[in-house]
Design a protein around this ligand. Structure first.
Ligand SMILES: NC(=O)c1ccc[n+]([C@@H]2O[C@H](COP(=O)([O-])OP(=O)(O)OC[C@H]3O[C@@H](n4cnc5c(N)ncnc54)[C@H](OP(=O)(O)O)[C@@H]3O)[C@@H](O)[C@H]2O)c1
Length: 312
């Protein structure tokens, strides 16, 4: 496993991060989630992503139990605030940020997280209020660094300037969706981040499993896959036959490189120097082993061109 520096921070994170959305406290029994965390450490993954809102807080609780017996300096934990909790709490007001960090720390059984992220932009709260509250969180030692997710390039630029002018804690990471099937971040988010010491830690790098090549056009989805469980949700945009046929055309490129399909998709993400880590979900230790081995897979010019030709 190779490691990269997270933006202008001193955090060194594994190129593959384990994400816990839908799985921890959700589709996975606790023993299965603990086995995935064991596999993460075995394969050199030191970076874990969760959010207060995932499985109504249970994702943080399960991750907390999985990490409880490990030395604190062996892992980097990122969580998020914004989404609506079962009691109606939501958003990025000062009151919410200060309340939600304490609740996340309690569920995670930690005295600080390494990265505290705004899960989304909040139209209802001035960004100065949010950045001020996040700075209080950092000053109190409850988070080492702050990050954002699902913000536009302009929102990132504006917040970086405000932080510089007013002494707010620096934003070191951005968490957009980014994959071979969803390249929007290349337009503005990556350029804005590159200029400002902000790294990407990207979500759904396998398009929720579609880029693993396990869903074949015209064939039913296997039981036990995310598509079978929740394919009618926002995963459906990747499950049409047109999309699956394009994914099939990536298979010979992976074979030529001696890589698996997930490794091809993840190595393609990691070709971008502004990416610090690809956050993958994994429902089994074998999946995580496969995904972790993408670190170190090099894509040469011919492979990159062949990929662009398939997806053009
Ligand atoms: N900030 C945000 O708004 C946001 C949004 C979404 C996600 N996230 C973060 O990003 C993380 C990753 O997102 P994601 O779960 O959508 O990512 P993903 O890595 O694109 O998809 C993960 C799913 O794909 C399947 N899979 C993974 N590796 C596989 C392999 N080697 N072979 C076959 N199937 C494989 C598994 O599902 P099955 O085995 O069930 O099929 C797994 O749960 C989340 O856990 C969360 O931490 C953040």
């Amino acid at each position: 496993m190779d490691y990269r520096r997270l933006g202008d921070s001193d955090l060194r994170v594994s190129e593959i991060c384990l994400g816990t959305w839908t799985t921890f406290g959700g589709s996975l029994e606790e023993d299965a989630a603990l086995a995935v965390v064991d596999a993460a450490f075995e394969h050199g993954i030191n970076f874990f992503d969760t959010a207060n809102v995932y499985s109504e807080g249970r994702s943080e609780e399960v991750l907390g139990r999985a990490l409880a017996s490990r030395p604190r300096d062996t892992f980097v934990v990122a969580t998020k605030v914004f989404g609506e909790m079962p009691n109606g709490d939501r958003g990025l007001s000062r009151e919410q940020v200060l309340k939600q960090i304490d609740e996340s720390l309690r569920r995670l059984q930690l005295d600080h997280v390494d990265l505290y992220q705004c899960h989304s932009w909040d139209d209802e709260v001035p960004v100065e209020e949010t950045l001020g509250a996040l700075t209080e969180v950092v000053d109190a030692g409850k988070a080492r660094f702050i990050g954002i997710s699902n913000w536009s390039g302009d929102q990132i630029r504006n917040a970086v300037v405000l932080a510089r002018e007013r002494g707010y804690a620096k934003i070191v990471s951005s968490q957009p969706e980014y994959s071979l099937l969803h390249r929007e971040a290349e337009g503005d988010v990556i350029p804005a981040s590159r200029e400002n010491g902000v790294s990407q830690i990207v979500y759904s790098p396998l398009a929720q499993g579609v880029l693993s090549g396990k869903y074949r056009p015209g064939e039913p989805w296997d039981e036990g896959t995310r598509a079978a469980a929740r394919g009618d949700g926002f995963m459906s945009r990747y499950l049409g036959d047109d999309m699956l046929e394009r994914v099939e055309r990536l298979r010979p490129i992976a074979e030529q490189l001696g890589a698996t399909m997930p490794q091809l998709a993840l190595a393609w993400i990691l070709r971008e120097p502004n990416v610090a880590s690809a956050i993958v979900g994994s429902s089994r230790p074998e999946q995580l082993r496969d995904n972790a081995a993408a670190s170190g897979v090099e894509l040469d010019e011919a492979a990159l061109q062949a990929i662009d030709d398939v997806l053009a």
